[in-house]
Design a protein around this ligand. Structure first.
Ligand code: FCB
Length: 436
């Protein structure tokens, strides 16, 4: 399938997250988050970059909204910085922060763009981390209250609310590998964090629904199929284990009310009676972020991935077929609500030359992933929208400003945004679907 033809109702969007673009870290009554703390520790982020200023989106809201509109997208996915609206993660609310998100939501709607809200994209209020963070069950209770208040405030004006973005990253990168905030390296903590994230999702859905919030509710998971490097029993067992820890650790609780079990799999020690029922609330949609596959080689040294279609600046293998494989697999394994691809994107070595950014590899990435998506939909998977990651270059966590995922190039010295060729390409694709 070489042409891209999606149903007329298909939603085209772009995505960002609060800490990666907003800046204004100490303004407007915002409290500190774990990413403020972490990024300021020398050696944690490339070049010592922080999100203090980022894309200065907080001060450039109106012109950034115009930028989004210029793409012709139907939808915009953004996250709320919990410490901007509730500086300590419990107790007092910050009206100035809430008003910022009111302006964002109203500004999108005025431009005919549907707002899709993420409640947690990794910027936990530092005050909650100081009390144990996600290792503590109390954090899940505080999160549910935050969700309830945001649901009441924004629910009627937004197209969807998702609780968490990529709980695997919070749990594993943040609390087992220590590569992300809060920088903890402890497998037992990771398992508790993962459980409390899932629990908080269930509690948040219950709280929002009990409060009468009627907008579609869901969660966003990062997922990958796992490919054994060879057909050997060791490689196949490794692929199964990696898939269980990456995908099934979140999907099984949400849809089957249980954690995956097996001799090679860990056990979480904080599961209480009733938790699995709480986690498995019915969902209105499932968001999937897809970037690459898991390549599984048990050999020493491991067999390298073929990388037939190249790698991005992140070093991530470009493997569009994995999106098809993944969607077909979860479609077989679970009874799923409608799916949105909430992130998919490419980091390139993008530079502005004479006012232009030639980013052909990104266009190829988008085209081939959308072809794979189209094939999955033809095979029966119910996908209702696609959000490119990201609207503009931004603070790429431990990679700082080194990695550029945007459709718009950002010159951080001047905050100039320049449309890359891919922005024009995406605009054309969306326009063709409107009028075609
Ligand atoms: C995802 C994150 C997003 C961004 C992209 C590249 O894991 O959700 O914030 O960092 O990767």
């Amino acid at each position: 399938m070489n042409t891209l033809t999606f149903p007329p109702t298909f939603q085209w969007g772009v995505a960002t997250s609060a800490y990666q673009i907003e800046g204004a870290a100490q303004e407007g009554g915002r409290g500190p988050s774990i990413w403020d703390t972490y990024s300021h520790i020398p050696g944690k982020v490339v070049h010592g970059d922080t999100g203090d200023v980022a894309c200065d989106h907080y001060h450039r809201l109106e012109t950034d909204l115009d930028l989004i509109q210029s793409l012709g997208v139907d939808a915009y996915r953004f996250s709320i910085a919990w410490p901007r609206v509730q500086p300590l993660g419990q107790g007092a609310w910050n009206e100035e922060g809430l008003a910022f998100y009111d302006r964002l939501v109203d500004g999108l709607r005025a431009r005919g763009i549907a707002p899709h809200v993420t409640l947690y994209h990794w910027d936990l209020p530092q005050a909650l981390q100081d009390q144990g963070g996600w290792e503590s069950r109390d954090t899940a209770v505080h999160f549910a209250e935050y969700a309830r208040v945001m649901g009441l405030r924004l629910g009627e004006r937004v197209a969807s609310i998702c609780t968490h973005n990529e709980p695997w990253c919070t749990a594993v990168l943040g609390n087992e590998q220590g590569r992300f905030a809060p920088g903890i390296q402890d497998t037992r903590v990771m398992l508790r964090v993962a459980h409390h994230l899932l629990l908080s999702h269930g509690l948040a859905l219950q709280a929002m629904r009990a409060a009468g919030v009627s907008t579609p509710l869901g969660i966003v998971l990062n997922q990958s199929p796992a490919t054994p490097a060879t057909n050997s029993p060791a490689d196949r067992a490794l692929a199964e284990r990696e898939y269980a820890q990456f995908v099934r650790w979140y999907m099984d609780p949400l849809f089957l009310k249980q954690y995956p079990q097996g001799p090679d799999l860990p056990v979480c020690d904080v599961v209480q009676a009733g938790d699995m029922d709480t986690i498995a609330q019915p969902m209105d949609f499932l968001g999937i972020n897809y970037y690459m596959r898991l390549w599984c080689s048990a050999a020493t040294p491991p067999l390298p991935a073929p990388n037939a279609m190249g790698v991005s600046e992140m070093g991530w293998e470009v493997y569009p077929h994995g999106l098809y494989e993944l969607l077909c697999q979860i479609h077989r394994d679970y009874t799923l609500p409608p799916i949105f691809i909430t992130e998919n994107g490419f980091a390139g070595a993008d530079t502005v030359v004479d006012g232009r950014v030639v980013d052909t590899p990104r266009i190829d990435y988008m085209r081939t992933h959308l072809q794979a998506l189209q094939a999955a939909m033809a095979a029966g998977v119910n996908v209702q929208g696609f959000f490119y990651w990201s609207l503009m270059d931004n603070f790429e966590w431990d990679s700082g400003y080194d990695k550029r995922f945007g459709l718009f190039h950002v010159d951080y010295a001047t905050q100039t945004r320049t449309a890359k060729d891919s922005a024009h390409w995406y605009h054309g694709l969306i326009a063709a679907h409107r009028h075609g």
